[in-house]
Design a protein around this ligand. Structure first.
Ligand code: TA6
Length: 276
């Protein structure tokens, strides 16, 4: 485990016999994960901008303390904050790296609460990411958020996702609620919040002859997003055809923001494994 300079930002680089990973301190953001003998599981935009005022396009952005455009900045400030490397250690399953983020004058100007966040990455044959949020203030506060994982896929035109539950809010259709959607294929912009999530969500990547299993905890929604061509073209940090090889499957707290009393903690996690 070393901390190195990567495109002008600090990245915790993990090289282990079971896997390799890179975690940016900017955003507390995992930007690559590659189990030994496998392709990259996580998608990182070829046009990603490593600018400390922006979120990195790809990887696992940490959306916190809110999801989406509930307030400004969009998806909260955690993904554009500088996290601190707390500790790293090894066990039989691989390497565990933890980063922390606490409130500052700047965060309290946006969101007036004291907090302690710890994000832990368990890196081995599988990847588990756990975000533990603790209320260190003297009053209760509420939050939502997401582990907004971008997955690397062969092609969005030959992809199926199952296991995310039946009902969903469709952001491309005025957030109307729909039902009956437990198998999803893609032929247009897709931005859905599955509101009764089940586990695991399975990404069937047939050309790669693999399934990616995503098991979430501490969430109340599974979000699935692909921007398709028009939106890809409008994003400076995404190639025009970038949408073809990515899909986001997110562990999200959406509907019911979680309320923490002083001293209380909540863990939001996502566990990612690959089956041939
Ligand atoms: O999780 C889906 C979503 O909220 C979409 O609506 C889309 O905007 C995406 O996240 C990316 O958001 P960003 O702020 O990173 O451009």
């Amino acid at each position: 485990v070393t901390v190195c300079d990567y495109q002008g930002i600090k990245v915790v680089r993990v090289i282990h016999e079971l896997a390799e990973a890179g975690i940016s301190l900017h955003g507390g953001h995992l930007i690559w994960f590659k189990p030994t003998g496998s392709d990259d599981i996580i998608w990182l935009s070829e046009k990603a901008e490593f600018d400390t005022t922006k979120a990195i396009r790809g990887g696992i952005p940490v959306c916190w303390p809110w999801f989406g455009k509930a307030a400004t900045p969009s998806h909260g400030f955690a993904r554009t904050s500088e996290w601190t490397l707390h500790q790293h250690r090894e066990n039989e399953q691989g390497v565990i790296v933890s980063l922390t983020l606490e409130d500052t004058n700047a965060t309290r100007a946006i969101w007036p609460h004291r907090f302690h966040n710890q994000i832990t990455f368990e890196i081995g044959r599988e990847l588990k990411v756990s975000l533990i949020s603790t209320n260190t203030d003297d009053h209760a506060w509420s939050f939502s958020g997401a582990l907004h994982t971008y997955f690397n896929i062969a092609t969005i035109n030959d992809l199926e996702i199952t296991g995310m539950g039946e009902t969903y809010l469709d952001s491309t259709q005025g957030n109307q609620m729909f039902a009956g959607g437990d198998t999803l294929t893609f032929n247009t912009e897709t931005d859905r919040v599955y509101t009764s999530p089940t586990n695991p969500v399975v990404i069937h990547d047939k050309p790669h002859q693999r399934k990616i299993l995503v098991t979430n905890q501490g969430h109340d929604a599974a979000v699935i997003w692909n921007p398709w061509q028009m939106l890809s073209m409008s994003m400076a940090d995404m190639a025009d055809d970038g949408f073809e090889t990515m899909v986001c499957v997110e562990s999200a707290i959406h509907e019911q923001a979680i309320t923490l009393l002083p001293g209380e903690s909540h863990t939001l996690s996502t566990q990612i494994s690959v089956e041939k």
